[in-house]
Design a protein around this ligand. Structure first.
Ligand code: DX5
Ligand code: ZN
Length: 210
C-alpha cells in the first residue's frame, strides 16, 4: 500500500509538519486545497502555498477541492507535482484533465461519498488516479464512511479495462485501511499520522496493509 500523508490536521505548523513528513518513509505529501465553495474554508493563498510546498522533499499529491481550479493548476504546475486531483462533480468535459496533462502531470479525479461511480466512466481512459472520498471533503479528522468499502470494490472492477491508481482519502487509520486493503492501491492519511507521537510508526503500519 502506498501512503500519502495529508497535513490538513496537525498539532504543528504547516512548515513544521512538512519538514517532519520529509523525514518519514511515506510516498507522497497530500496537499488539500479548498476554495470555501466546493468544500471547507478557503485555505488557498498562492504565495504562501508555493513557499510552503517548496520545502517538501516528497512528491506532491495535490487535491484541489475547488469549483474553478484552472488558475490554481496553472500556478502549481511550477512545483512539478506527481499528480493533481480535481473533483469529478465539477467536470463538464475533459478540458481540465487535458490542462493538467499538458504540463506532464498525472491527473486524478476525486469522487464524493454520494456521487455514483458511473460519473467516472466518461473519463476513465484519460485519467491516472481515482481518489475515492471516504469522508465528505472539507475537514481532517472525520470518521471513515463504511459505504466506501463496497464503492472501492466496484471502482476496482474498472481497473480490468483501464489503468489508473485507486486511492482512498478520509478517516484512514490502522483499522479502516484493512477494510479496503484488498481494493485500493494507495491511501491518504492525515490525523492518524500527524497527531501521533511517531509519524513513521503509523506510516509503516499503513504500508504493511496489502
Ligand atoms: C478531506 C481531505 C483529506 C483529509 C484526510 O477534505 O481531502 O485529505 O485531510 O485527513 P484524515 O486522514 O484525518 O481524515
Ligand atoms: Zn484530500
Amino acid at each position: 500500500m502506498k501512503v500519502s500523508v495529508s497535513y490538513l490536521k496537525s498539532p504543528y505548523s504547516v512548515i513544521e509538519t512538512i519538514l517532519k513528513i520529509n523525514e518519514t518513509s511515506c510516498d507522497y505529501l497530500h496537499v488539500d486545497l479548498m476554495d470555501g465553495v466546493f468544500a471547507g474554508t478557503n485555505n488557498y493563498d498562492q504565495e504562501r502555498v508555493l513557499n510552503e510546498l517548496k520545502l517538501s522533499m516528497k512528491s506532491l499529491d495535490i487535491h484541489l477541492m475547488m469549483v474553478e481550479p484552472a488558475p490554481v493548476i496553472q500556478a502549481l504546475a511550477v512545483l512539478n507535482p506527481y499528480c493533481i486531483t480535481i473533483p469529478v462533480e465539477i467536470l463538464q468535459d475533459d478540458y481540465l484533465i487535458r490542462l493538467i496533462k499538458s504540463y506532464g502531470i498525472k491527473c486524478g479525479l476525486a469522487i464524493n461519498p454520494d456521487t455514483p461511480i458511473e460519473s467516472l466512466s466518461p473519463f476513465l481512459k484519460e485519467i491516472d488516479l481515482v481518489l475515492l472520498m471516504s469522508v465528505y471533503p472539507g475537514l481532517g479528522g472525520q470518521k471513515f464512511l463504511e459505504s466506501s468499502i463496497s464503492k472501492a470494490k466496484k471502482i476496482k472492477e474498472f481497473q480490468k479495462t483501464n489503468s489508473f491508481v485507486l486511492a482512498i482519502d478520509g478517516g484512514i487509520n490502522a483499522e479502516t485501511v484493512s477494510l479496503v486493503g484488498d481494493y485500493v492501491d494507495q491511501c491518504v492519511s492525515g490525523s492518524y499520522v500527524c497527531m501521533a507521537d511517531s509519524m513513521e510508526k503509523q506510516i509503516e503500519t499503513l504500508k504493511k496493509t496489502s
